[in-house]
Design a protein around this ligand. Structure first.
Ligand code: DQA
Length: 157
Protein backbone atom coordinates (compact mmCIF):
# COMPACT_ATOMS: atom_id res chain seq x y z
CA UNK A 1 0.00 0.00 0.00
CA UNK A 2 1.31 3.43 -0.90
CA UNK A 3 0.16 6.96 -0.05
CA UNK A 4 1.25 9.87 -2.28
CA UNK A 5 1.53 13.29 -0.62
CA UNK A 6 1.35 16.22 -3.04
CA UNK A 7 2.13 19.79 -1.96
CA UNK A 8 1.37 22.78 -4.15
CA UNK A 9 3.00 26.17 -4.73
CA UNK A 10 4.76 28.04 -1.93
CA UNK A 11 4.38 25.21 0.57
CA UNK A 12 8.16 24.76 0.28
CA UNK A 13 8.26 28.17 2.02
CA UNK A 14 6.47 26.95 5.18
CA UNK A 15 8.23 28.20 8.29
CA UNK A 16 9.21 31.37 6.39
CA UNK A 17 6.02 32.56 4.66
CA UNK A 18 3.26 34.38 6.58
CA UNK A 19 3.95 32.73 9.92
CA UNK A 20 0.91 34.43 11.46
CA UNK A 21 -1.24 32.29 9.13
CA UNK A 22 0.81 29.14 8.50
CA UNK A 23 2.94 28.94 11.65
CA UNK A 24 6.63 28.19 12.15
CA UNK A 25 6.70 24.51 11.15
CA UNK A 26 8.66 23.57 8.02
CA UNK A 27 7.43 21.19 5.32
CA UNK A 28 10.27 18.73 6.11
CA UNK A 29 9.04 18.51 9.72
CA UNK A 30 5.46 17.85 8.60
CA UNK A 31 6.71 15.14 6.23
CA UNK A 32 8.86 13.52 8.94
CA UNK A 33 5.77 13.15 11.14
CA UNK A 34 3.72 11.72 8.28
CA UNK A 35 6.54 9.28 7.52
CA UNK A 36 6.33 8.07 11.12
CA UNK A 37 2.55 7.48 10.89
CA UNK A 38 3.11 5.60 7.62
CA UNK A 39 5.79 3.44 9.26
CA UNK A 40 3.47 2.62 12.16
CA UNK A 41 0.63 1.85 9.74
CA UNK A 42 2.86 -0.36 7.58
CA UNK A 43 2.37 1.63 4.38
CA UNK A 44 4.78 3.22 1.94
CA UNK A 45 4.71 7.00 1.52
CA UNK A 46 6.10 9.37 -1.11
CA UNK A 47 6.34 13.18 -0.98
CA UNK A 48 6.18 15.61 -3.88
CA UNK A 49 6.15 19.41 -3.91
CA UNK A 50 5.86 21.62 -6.98
CA UNK A 51 5.13 25.22 -7.79
CA UNK A 52 3.87 24.22 -11.25
CA UNK A 53 0.31 23.17 -12.03
CA UNK A 54 1.29 20.82 -14.90
CA UNK A 55 3.82 18.98 -12.72
CA UNK A 56 1.11 18.41 -10.11
CA UNK A 57 -1.22 17.05 -12.81
CA UNK A 58 1.60 14.75 -14.04
CA UNK A 59 2.23 13.48 -10.50
CA UNK A 60 -1.47 12.74 -9.92
CA UNK A 61 -1.56 10.81 -13.21
CA UNK A 62 1.53 8.83 -12.14
CA UNK A 63 -0.42 7.71 -9.08
CA UNK A 64 -2.64 5.58 -11.33
CA UNK A 65 -1.46 1.99 -10.80
CA UNK A 66 1.27 3.16 -8.40
CA UNK A 67 -0.43 4.62 -5.30
CA UNK A 68 -3.53 3.64 -3.32
CA UNK A 69 -4.43 7.07 -1.99
CA UNK A 70 -3.52 10.74 -2.34
CA UNK A 71 -3.16 13.46 0.31
CA UNK A 72 -2.99 16.83 -1.41
CA UNK A 73 -2.70 20.49 -0.52
CA UNK A 74 -2.93 22.18 -3.91
CA UNK A 75 -2.35 25.58 -2.18
CA UNK A 76 -3.42 28.47 -4.43
CA UNK A 77 -4.38 26.05 -7.24
CA UNK A 78 -7.18 24.83 -4.95
CA UNK A 79 -9.18 27.86 -5.97
CA UNK A 80 -8.46 27.85 -9.70
CA UNK A 81 -7.41 24.49 -11.09
CA UNK A 82 -9.92 22.51 -13.09
CA UNK A 83 -6.90 20.56 -14.43
CA UNK A 84 -5.97 19.27 -10.95
CA UNK A 85 -9.60 18.44 -10.21
CA UNK A 86 -9.91 16.51 -13.49
CA UNK A 87 -6.68 14.60 -12.79
CA UNK A 88 -8.01 13.53 -9.37
CA UNK A 89 -11.27 12.40 -10.99
CA UNK A 90 -9.35 10.57 -13.71
CA UNK A 91 -7.24 8.39 -11.42
CA UNK A 92 -10.25 7.73 -9.15
CA UNK A 93 -8.11 7.13 -6.03
CA UNK A 94 -9.29 8.07 -2.53
CA UNK A 95 -8.04 11.63 -2.07
CA UNK A 96 -7.92 13.85 1.02
CA UNK A 97 -7.54 17.61 0.67
CA UNK A 98 -5.63 19.43 3.42
CA UNK A 99 -5.39 23.16 4.12
CA UNK A 100 -3.29 24.48 6.97
CA UNK A 101 -5.50 27.55 7.33
CA UNK A 102 -9.28 27.62 7.46
CA UNK A 103 -9.91 28.75 3.88
CA UNK A 104 -13.59 29.40 4.72
CA UNK A 105 -12.61 32.15 7.18
CA UNK A 106 -10.28 33.93 4.78
CA UNK A 107 -10.63 36.13 1.68
CA UNK A 108 -13.62 35.38 -0.50
CA UNK A 109 -11.45 34.08 -3.36
CA UNK A 110 -10.10 31.33 -1.06
CA UNK A 111 -13.53 30.18 0.06
CA UNK A 112 -14.12 28.07 -3.05
CA UNK A 113 -12.28 24.77 -3.48
CA UNK A 114 -12.37 23.40 -7.03
CA UNK A 115 -11.15 20.04 -5.79
CA UNK A 116 -13.30 19.42 -2.69
CA UNK A 117 -16.12 17.80 -4.73
CA UNK A 118 -13.75 15.08 -6.00
CA UNK A 119 -12.18 14.37 -2.59
CA UNK A 120 -13.21 11.82 0.03
CA UNK A 121 -12.60 14.44 2.73
CA UNK A 122 -11.33 17.97 3.28
CA UNK A 123 -9.42 19.03 6.41
CA UNK A 124 -9.05 22.76 6.95
CA UNK A 125 -7.80 24.99 9.74
CA UNK A 126 -5.98 22.44 11.91
CA UNK A 127 -2.55 23.85 11.08
CA UNK A 128 0.13 21.23 10.33
CA UNK A 129 -1.85 18.75 12.48
CA UNK A 130 -4.28 18.51 9.54
CA UNK A 131 -1.69 16.39 7.73
CA UNK A 132 -1.56 13.99 10.67
CA UNK A 133 -5.36 13.74 10.68
CA UNK A 134 -5.26 13.11 6.94
CA UNK A 135 -2.83 10.22 7.47
CA UNK A 136 -5.05 8.64 10.12
CA UNK A 137 -8.08 9.13 7.86
CA UNK A 138 -6.32 7.69 4.82
CA UNK A 139 -5.15 4.59 6.72
CA UNK A 140 -8.77 4.01 7.74
CA UNK A 141 -10.05 4.47 4.17
CA UNK A 142 -7.41 2.03 2.84
CA UNK A 143 -8.24 -0.53 5.54
CA UNK A 144 -11.95 -0.36 4.68
CA UNK A 145 -11.25 -0.65 0.94
CA UNK A 146 -9.02 -3.66 1.51
CA UNK A 147 -11.69 -5.36 3.65
CA UNK A 148 -14.27 -4.70 0.95
CA UNK A 149 -12.04 -6.16 -1.77
CA UNK A 150 -11.36 -9.27 0.32
CA UNK A 151 -15.10 -9.76 0.98
CA UNK A 152 -15.78 -9.44 -2.76
CA UNK A 153 -13.08 -12.03 -3.54
CA UNK A 154 -14.63 -14.46 -1.03
CA UNK A 155 -18.07 -13.97 -2.63
CA UNK A 156 -16.64 -14.76 -6.08
CA UNK A 157 -14.77 -17.88 -4.88
C1 DQA B 1 -3.48 26.89 1.72
C2 DQA B 1 -4.58 27.95 1.51
C3 DQA B 1 -4.49 28.56 0.12
O1 DQA B 1 -5.51 29.53 -0.06
C4 DQA B 1 -3.15 29.25 -0.07
O2 DQA B 1 -3.03 29.73 -1.40
C5 DQA B 1 -2.00 28.37 0.29
C6 DQA B 1 -2.10 27.48 1.45
C7 DQA B 1 -3.48 26.34 3.16
O3 DQA B 1 -2.85 25.29 3.35
O4 DQA B 1 -4.06 26.93 4.06
O5 DQA B 1 -0.93 28.46 -0.31
O6 DQA B 1 -3.72 25.82 0.84
Amino acid sequence: MKIMVIQGPNLNMLGIREQQIYGPVKLEQIHAQMQEVARQGGVEIEFFQSNLEGEIVDKIQECYGDANGIIINPAAYTHTSIAIRDAISAVALPTIEVHISNIYRREEFRQKSMIAPVCASSLVGFGPFGYHLAMVGMLQILKELQALQEAQKLQQA
